[in-house]
Design a protein around this ligand. Structure first.
Ligand SMILES: Cc1cc2nc3c(=O)[nH]c(=O)nc-3n(C[C@H](O)[C@H](O)[C@H](O)COP(=O)(O)OP(=O)(O)OC[C@H]3O[C@@H](n4cnc5c(N)ncnc54)[C@H](O)[C@@H]3O)c2cc1C
Length: 252
């Protein structure tokens, strides 16, 4: 089974992301493997086979790939080209599809449910469309045998089983199981790995045109917060005062 996992490098969840001069910034905070993509790597390793992890991003964007290698993936590829600086998700999908085709003879492609920065949740479906392969989304359980893929989908009201022929694209939820910790040996192997970088010329495609623009990004409106410390002679008196205030503010 030849598997590709598409992962994105995102600001650490602990980073403070703000807009400065119309640009999104997270200061010096490190970039990490998108948390949803840890589940995609875990799902791919559970299915087993030859697993290649790819990301499209800036040069130096190797942390996500190294983390995936340390978890147990066999190969990693960085797709990077200055012409991709303002790619939208459709352009991203065209580039990922070209990289998957360059790898060749791929049976199964895994994605996370969404990226925690862009939050579009559409790249998996768009990549499947470019490839012309079926997309099985919100996967909670995956079984790939005899050229067919069976997926249990997580839904609010229960589970749904869907099937499709391989090759196929799957986007996964947390229900596939907790991502494994990188092993000590894995971390050593990943730190020594030479990760190839493919440009658009290597993929044999022109820069895909971004059709979605995001002309304005802004911080959320500042919330006015007034803090009042309630005092009293006893816990009962403090509780009564608090209850009166909550009722007066119509909170309850
Ligand atoms: C402020 C801002 C606003 C944006 N708004 C839009 C917008 O409205 N429309 C739009 O099309 N684009 C938008 N983008 C661009 C978008 O973030 C990128 O195109 C991104 O690569 C894909 O979209 P996403 O982050 O929403 O990923 P999602 O679709 O949420 O990602 C789903 C999965 O796809 C995979 N994946 C995503 N990106 C990559 C990658 N680069 N390499 C490998 N795997 C990947 C991961 O497995 C991920 O879990 C915006 C970017 C910024 C910074």
């Amino acid at each position: 089974m030849k598997i590709v996992v598409c992962v994105k490098q995102v600001p650490d969840t602990a980073a403070k992301v703000v807009v400065q001069n119309g640009q999104v910034t997270w200061g010096d905070a490190p970039l990490v493997l998108n948390p949803w993509d840890e589940y995609a790597v875990e799902a791919a390793l559970q299915v087993g086979g030859d697993v290649t992890v790819i990301t499209m991003g800036e040069q130096g964007g190797n942390e996500a790939l190294k983390h995936s290698l340390a978890m147990g993936c066999n190969n990693a590829v960085l797709v990077s080209d200055p012409a991709l600086a303002s790619a939208d998700s459709q352009a991203t999908a065209r580039v990922l599809a070209a990289a998957i085709q360059k790898i060749g003879d791929v049976d199964l492609v895994f994605f996370g449910k969404q990226a925690i920065d862009g939050d579009g949740g559409v790249t998996a479906a768009q990549t499947a469309r470019v490839l012309g392969w079926p997309i099985l989304s919100s996967a909670a359980g995956i079984e790939a045998t005899d050229g067919r893929l069976k997926v249990d989908r997580s839904m609010e009201e229960g589970r749904q089983q869907v099937e499709a022929p391989l090759p196929a694209v799957v986007s996964v939820t947390k229900d596939v199981g907790e991502p494994r910790y990188p092993s000590f040996m894995g971390i050593r192997k990943a730190s020594r790995a030479k990760i190839p970088t493919w440009s658009l010329a290597d993929l044999g495609i022109d820069a895909p045109r971004a059709v979605v623009a995001w002309p304005e990004v802004s911080n959320p409106p500042v919330r006015e917060v007034v803090c009042e410390i309630i005092t009293g002679d006893s816990p009962e008196e403090i509780a009564n005062t608090l209850a009166d205030k909550i009722l007066a503010e119509k909170v309850i």
